[in-house]
Design a protein around this ligand. Structure first.
Ligand SMILES: Cc1cc2nc3c(=O)[nH]c(=O)nc-3n(C[C@H](O)[C@H](O)[C@H](O)COP(=O)(O)O)c2cc1C
Length: 374
């Protein structure tokens, strides 16, 4: 990436932001995707040599995958996996697409997305609006046939709203069998607050059942020659977990061979902004930062650093990303910061992280992981 590009991107976004913020948030998202789809189409047609933004000091190896830098796109922005190559172009080291459900569904009624600029936060109750695993898989397969992704692509899967909790494992398995052949990892979302009952699936018995079912599916796909080796399974958790919940979940994670924990999803808590009127839904952005970091730290301790963690929640600066890494995260994801700061934030975070390592006399990012977990 051209060295001047990050500041140019940030400046361009600062100019464009007032116009975008004058629109209803979901409409702004849809318009942005009109532009991104055009870029994706050009990338597929022209097939330029798309190389990832590499930072040798920041390169990470997690779940047998190589991440050219540790900053990833969090789930929920590219719900239908429409623009997989655009995320490389914007400098991301990986991207988590979805959430995709087995059945196509419209999500909750609108309005369902709000900005809270004074808090640098968003509230959403989208409710897994997506085209369904079969359609998403078909479209994504076509795009990846043009050119493979130079960065790891994860696909986040959730339970279809119409499926009762007792049949959740079958529902996840249906999405998994269609999407795992296209993904570098699959992330099981049991933590969105916007699908009734979903978070109950974080209970050890439910989660073990889902994970066992997916590992069986993994073996079946390998045997059928649809994948070369079992697809790594990540699990995304909520920020409201109690210390006891984390102990129980960490046991499941270890025994079921989960490849990484993604911490955390959005929060339903409103502290310390209780007095402020806010819509119902999941809160993301700056108010989530501290709690998400605590959850990363608690998982890191409980797992004794043996299962990698992806830290997500309220990362706006290199210092915020470093805080997650020092608490135990090997990788970091962002969503809200992209809305408030624009795409120039990705290279800025990577540069800032490289500077923080230099300051602390560390050769490589991996030396910082979990340094402040104890
Ligand atoms: C509008 C919106 C939609 C989201 N949709 C999903 C989703 O479909 N699946 C998911 O796992 N997380 C979803 N998230 C949560 C994000 O992936 C992330 O965990 C959360 O926003 C915290 O990160 P942030 O503070 O950087 O935004 C969504 C977040 C937002 C703001």
């Amino acid at each position: 990436m051209n060295p001047g590009l990050p500041s140019m991107l940030r400046l361009a976004y600062r100019v464009a932001r007032p116009a975008l913020f004058a629109l209803d948030p979901e409409r702004a998202h849809d318009w942005t995707f009109v532009l991104l789809r055009t870029v994706e189409l050009s990338l597929c047609r022209l097939r330029p040599r798309l190389s990832p933004m590499r930072f040798p000091r920041l390169e990470q190896r997690v779940a047998g995958l190589v991440f050219p830098n540790p900053i990833g796109l969090a789930a929920g922005l590219d719900k239908n996996a429409e623009v997989p190559h655009v995320w490389t172009l914007l400098g991301f080291g990986f991207a988590e697409l979805g959430t995709v459900t087995a059945e196509a569904q419209p999500g909750n009624p609108k309005p369902r997305l709000w900005r809270l600029p004074e808090l640098r936060a968003l509230v959403n109750r989208m409710g897994f609006n997506n085209r369904g695993a079969a359609k998403v898989a078909e479209d994504l397969a076509n795009k990846l046939a043009y050119c493979k992704s130079p960065i790891p692509l994860g696909i986040n899967i959730g339970k279809s709203r119409a499926t009762p909790l007792e049949r959740a494992s079958e529902d996840y398995a249906a999405s998994f069998s269609l999407l795992a052949p296209l993904a570098d990892y699959v992330c099981i979302n049991v933590s969105s607050p916007n699908t009734p009952g979903l978070r109950e699936l974080q209970r050890a018995d439910h989660l073990s059942r889902i994970l066992d079912r997916l590992q069986t599916e993994n073996l079946r796909l390998v045997k059928a020659g649809k994948i070369e080796h079992p697809c790594p399974v990540f699990v995304k958790v909520a920020p409201e977990l109690s210390p006891d919940d984390i102990v129980a979940l960490a046991d499941v994670v270890r025994s079921a061979g989960v490849a990484a924990v993604v911490a955390t999803n959005t929060t339903t808590a409103r502290d310390p902004h209780r007095a402020m009127p806010m819509p119902e839904g999941g809160l993301s952005g700056a108010p989530l930062r501290e709690r998400a970091t605590q959850v990363v730290r608690q998982f890191f301790r409980q797992l004794e650093g043996r299962v990698p963690i992806v830290g997500v929640g309220g990362v706006f600066s290199a210092e915020d990303a470093y805080e997650k890494i020092q608490a135990g995260a090997s990788l970091v994801q962002i969503y809200s910061a992209l809305v408030y700061e624009g795409p120039g934030i990705v290279p800025a975070l990577c540069r800032g992280l490289a500077r923080l390592l230099e300051r602390d006399g560390l050769e490589h990012l991996s030396e910082a992981v979990g340094r402040r977990a104890w």
